[in-house]
Design a protein around this ligand. Structure first.
Ligand SMILES: *Cc1c(COP(=O)(O)O)cnc(C)c1O
Length: 226
C-alpha cells in the first residue's frame, strides 16, 4: 500500500470519531512526509528536536508539528517558535522551560502531560499524584504562555489486549478526574494514545489523537548497533 492509501485508510477509519491522526514521521525522509502531505495529512509527529526543526524548515508551513518524544529543557528553544503541540511534558521544570521560551516568541504553546501507564518502567511520564502536584503548584499558576490541553500515554508493549485496554481506560478516567482543574490554563480535552499496534483499542477508549508511524510509513530502519 502507498502512503496515500494508508492516509485514506485512516481517514475512513476515524471518520465519525472525535479522533484525528498524527503521522509519526521520525527517521523518514522529507519526500515521504511530502507524500503524506499531498494526500491531505497536516499533523505530523517527531520525537527528536533536531530532526523536527530541520524538517519544519523545508516542508510546507501549514504543517502542524507535534513533539511526541522525550524533551530536554535546553532544547525547547529550537522548537518553541513554531511547534503546534508538545505531547511529552513529564515535569514541572520542563513545563516552566516551555513557558519561558514560548514567552520569548510571544506564543501560547499547547502541551499534554505525559502519564506513565505502562508496566515497563522504561517509559517516561508522571503518575497521578505527580500530575496533580504539577497542576496545583504555584509556579504553574504563574505561567502565562503554556496551555495544558490533556494527557498522553503509551501502553505496555504486549499482545494482551486486556492489559492495553485497561491502561487506556485508566488514562481516560484520569483525564476526567483532572478536568476538575480546568480553568484559564487547563482544558482537559485531548487524549493522545494509541500507536500502530494498539490504536483500535485506544480509539474505543476515547483517544482524540492517535500517533501512527510504522503503519503509514513502513518499518523504521535504524543504523545497526544503535
Ligand atoms: C514512534 C512513536 C510512535 C509511533 O509508533 P509506531 O509503532 O511506529 O506507530 C508513537 N508515539 C511515540 C511517542 C513514538 O515515539
Amino acid at each position: 500500500m502507498s502512503i496515500k492509501e494508508n492516509i485514506r485508510h485512516y481517514e475512513e477509519e476515524l471518520s465519525g470519531t472525535p479522533c484525528r491522526l498524527i503521522a509519526v514521521s521520525k527517521t523518514k525522509p522529507n519526500e515521504l512526509l511530502q507524500e503524506a502531505y499531498d494526500a491531505g495529512q497536516r499533523d505530523f509527529g517527531e520525537n527528536k528536536v533536531q530532526e523536527l526543526a530541520a524538517k519544519a524548515e523545508v516542508l510546507p508551513k501549514d504543517i502542524k508539528w507535534h513533539m511526541v518524544g522525550h524533551l530536554q529543557r535546553n532544547k525547547v528553544k529550537y522548537i518553541a517558535p513554531f511547534v503546534h503541540m508538545i505531547h511529552s511534558v513529564d515535569s514541572l521544570r520542563l513545563l516552566l522551560a516551555i513557558d519561558k521560551e514560548a514567552r520569548k516568541n510571544d506564543r501560547l504553546v499547547h502541551v499534554l502531560l505525559q502519564i506513565h501507564i505502562a508496566r515497563e518502567s522504561t517509559k517516561f511520564g508522571l503518575n497521578r499524584d505527580e500530575a496533580i502536584e504539577l497542576l496545583a503548584s504555584e509556579s504553574f499558576k504563574q505561567t502565562t504562555h503554556v496551555h495544558i490541553k490533556g494527557l498522553m500515554g503509551m501502553a505496555t508493549n504486549t499482545p494482551d489486549q486486556e492489559i492495553v485496554a485497561s491502561e487506556f481506560a485508566g488514562l481516560h478516567r484520569l483525564l476526567r478526574d483532572l478536568s476538575a482543574w480546568n480553568g484559564p490554563q487547563v482544558e482537559m480535552s485531548e487524549l493522545s494514545m494509541g500507536m500502530s499496534s494498539d490504536y483500535p483499542i485506544a480509539v474505543k477508549n476515547g483517544a482524540t489523537m492517535i500517533r501512527i508511524g510504522t503503519d503509514i510509513f513502513g518499518a523504521r530502519q535504524y543504523p545497526t548497533g544503535a
